[in-house]
Design a protein around this ligand. Structure first.
Ligand code: DX5
Ligand code: ZN
Length: 240
């Protein structure tokens, strides 16, 4: 018997990468005021990706400014050297790249023991099968739908097939990680992300360039739900 669970609310995670770095406090406030669910923080080291952003101090300084979960996306080499600092800074989710870490199982367990939720990310050229063994040990899988490093790029549609495959694996194996899509999510691509069973929608440029950010999120939420309704198939489980 196939059970169809009621649709879960999508999680919108606006990314500070596209905001004004001279006023991140206001940017976090804008995410909250517009009805964002999480704050997405892109940590770039100039090595794993050709761009640099910020470190754990930025996270700890912003932590008291919002009650929203802080979703840290490490685009760094040697993420194992950084997770304690980000957990100590108050990150709720700490996601590292499979391509940057050999002992991913150990790192996921370390993140959990530090009191944060571990996530694993894959770039567009990495198959979902690479992380099959890790799925029971993470709370989030972040599927990059652009090559990481910059905001404002166009979504690569083929990457969404990995979300559907992960949702199938999740249902078949009775797992409960969230599926996050990151890169090129906007009013046009949200429908396809919903149909691919994404749970978390990272949104950088589409959020911060919107004239009315609350309206942009409201409309994205409505589009997501409309695309999911009638989709059928096994409902992905959610952690609670
Ligand atoms: C890109 C980052 C993204 C970025 C997405 O490497 O991981 O989180 O902020 O930006 P948009 O939504 O503009 O593609
Ligand atoms: Zn990101």
């Amino acid at each position: 018997m196939i059970l169809y669970a009621p649709m879960e609310e999508p999680i919108f995670a606006p990314s500070l990468l596209s905001s004004d770095f001279s006023d991140l406090r206001s940017s976090v406030g804008a995410i909250e005021a517009a009805g964002g669910d999480w704050v997405h923080l892109d940590v770039m080291d100039g090595r794993f990706v050709p761009n640099l952003t910020f470190g754990p101090k930025m996270v700890s300084d912003l932590r008291p400014r919002t009650g929203l979960p802080m979703d840290v996306h490490l685009m760094t080499v040697e993420p194992e050297r950084l997770v304690a600092a980000f957990a100590g800074a108050g990150a709720d989710y700490i996601t590292f790249h499979a391509e940057a870490c050999v002992h991913a199982h150990r790192l996921a367990e370390d993140i959990r023991s530090l009191g944060a939720k571990p996530g694993i990310a894959i770039v567009p050229s990495t198959p979902a099968s690479l992380i099959a063994e890790l799925l029971p040990f993470v709370d989030l899988v972040l599927v990059m739908t652009v090559d990481p490093g910059f905001g404002g790029q166009s979504l690569i549609p083929a990457c969404l097939d990995k979300c559907s495959a992960l949702a199938r694996a999740r249902a078949e194996r009775g797992l409960s990680f969230l599926i996050s899509v990151d890169g090129g999510i906007n009013a046009e691509t949200i429908r396809a992300a919903s149909a691919a069973w994404a749970d978390v929608l990272v949104m950088g440029s589409a959020f911060f360039s919107a004239a009315d950010q609350a309206a942009a999120l409201r409309e994205a939420r409505a589009t997501f739900k409309a695309a999911r309704t009638g989709q059928g198939g096994p409902a992905p489980a959610r952690p609670h």
